[in-house]
Design a protein around this ligand. Structure first.
Ligand SMILES: [Fe+2]
Ligand SMILES: [Fe+2]
Length: 189
């Protein structure tokens, strides 16, 4: 599945601007990691980011998300098993092991990018001057973005074997590069 098809499909299933942006943010981080690790895979990794929560608006329960979406993608036949497993693996309760770089990366940018977006929303300058140390400070504030699972963020970075500060910086840079479109700049908030 190419990027344009993935985005059309996601827009068909998701009306919430915030959820659309979340998937765009995850796609931006996936693309940036792919550029570094596997440049020829960049479009596939972005597609995984764009699709990972595409069924969440219609099917938000743990009984259905991401299983309903996976069924749909399987029936289409244009998404490979590695990508399906990566999407399954981002849901810790699915029991699907994250045993590929794509799966580990998706898990390591999903919750974290959501947290970074939450940090941007409470800053006058958005992402333009956000640094890892403020993200790390906010991670210790339990009632800030309480829906973001700190354990998942820590587990994911350990699985990917990245230095937390470097990984947070890398994701900030990836989001900042597309900050205007993602609504993360002061002018776009
Ligand atoms: Fe999800
Ligand atoms: Fe997500």
């Amino acid at each position: 599945m190419d990027l344009a098809t993935a985005r059309d499909l996601m827009h068909l299933w998701v009306q919430s601007p915030a959820l659309r942006i979340h998937m765009e943010c995850v796609a931006a981080c996936m693309g940036a990691v792919a550029q570094r690790e596997a440049p020829e895979q960049e479009e596939r990794w972005r597609v995984a980011g764009l699709l990972h929560d595409f069924d969440y608006e219609k099917h938000p329960t743990a009984a259905e998300h991401p299983f309903v979406g996976i069924e749909h993608l399987r029936s289409r036949g244009d998404v490979d098993e590695e990508m399906l497993n990566a999407i399954l693996g981002h849901a810790t309760y699915s029991g699907t092991p994250r045993d590929t770089p794509m799966a580990k990366t998706l898990f390591a940018v999903d919750e974290l990018s959501g947290f970074i977006v939450a940090c941007c929303k409470v800053r006058p300058n958005g992402i333009s001057d956000l640094a890892p140390k403020s993200v790390k400070k906010k991670l210790k504030v339990d009632n800030f973005a309480a829906g973001c699972d700190r354990d998942d963020i820590a587990t994911a970075m350990a699985e990917l074997q990245v230095d937390p500060t470097e990984h947070i910086q890398f994701c900030i840079d990836a989001l900042r590069a597309d900050g205007e479109r993602l609504g993360l700049m002061p002018s776009s908030q």
